[in-house]
Design a protein around this ligand. Sequence first.
Ligand SMILES: Nc1ncnc2c1ncn2[C@@H]1O[C@H](COP(=O)(O)OP(=O)(O)OP(=O)(O)O)[C@@H](O)[C@H]1O
Ligand SMILES: Cc1ncc(COP(=O)(O)O)c(N)n1
Length: 274
Amino acid sequence: MQVVTTIAGSDSGGGAGIQADLKTFQELKVFGTTVITALTAQNTRGVSGVLPIEAAFVKQQLQALLDDFSISAVKTGMLFSSAIIHTIAQIIADTNIPLIVDPVMIAKGGESLLQQEAIDAIIHYLLPIATIVTPNIPEAETLTGKKINTIADIKKAADHLLATGVHCAIIKGGHLADATNATDYVFFKNGQAFSMQTPRIATKNTHGTGCTFSAALTAFVGRGLTIKEAIIEAKKFIQLAITHDLALGHGHGPTNHFAYQNDKKSCEVTIYES
Ligand SMILES: Nc1ncnc2c1ncn2[C@@H]1O[C@H](COP(=O)(O)OP(=O)(O)OP(=O)(O)O)[C@@H](O)[C@H]1O
Ligand SMILES: Cc1ncc(COP(=O)(O)O)c(N)n1
């Protein structure tokens, strides 16, 4: 069994963060290990508190894993501070483990999960050693300092991100104003690119979509799929999780991490090569 690691924040509400990652890993039959960067007091209605973990203890957690396990992929989610980012970047840079960076910045309710001063650290320390980065549109705008309104803007943002050294940039279209489809745009450093499209599901239960997508991607990379195969399979995982959403809580409910195993043959992703 492959071992994968998530470096992220805890979501007490169970739909995002470390909890979404572990549920996804379990469903995809990889052994999940964790480095917790922050605790959040959170439910489907929002985040009411954040308690960051000291960078030195984040380091101790990651070092404990590396000292024992052979880890086949790592993902990052909520990292909170530049001190935490510097610490993990320094350690991961000395390994050959594929790194998937989900640059989590803001929770659905608008609460900050990353300090403003930490954005530069993601760009200068984490992206140069990353295999894949998975921003949504607002995150891509923040990382590149440019507004995204058109497909040409998405391509420019991806070029900007790829210039940091990251091998592959996936710009997720969950926030695009397209009522029919959910389209994600994938760009590789070697110039290859494709987009992938699924029907947009009309639901408010999308808490943790970004975490779940990047966790599935990490599991598939850890299992040895090619990066392109892993991206497409992760898109299926999130599509099914949103299709069979869970109306739990009173706000933005979670996605359904069980759905992929029950239904994976039924999900089609349309690929446009470019
Ligand atoms: N309503 C939807 N129907 C189908 N797919 C969706 C929907 N919303 C988001 N997605 C897909 O979910 C994945 C996560 O994308 P999204 O842009 O929502 O990420 P995110 O913004 O990081 O997540 P969150 O909004 O939960 O923070 C992408 O593959 C996106 O296309
Ligand atoms: C601890 C934690 N991490 C991440 C998110 C963002 O969630 P999403 O996956 O929806 O972008 C969250 N709300 N809480």
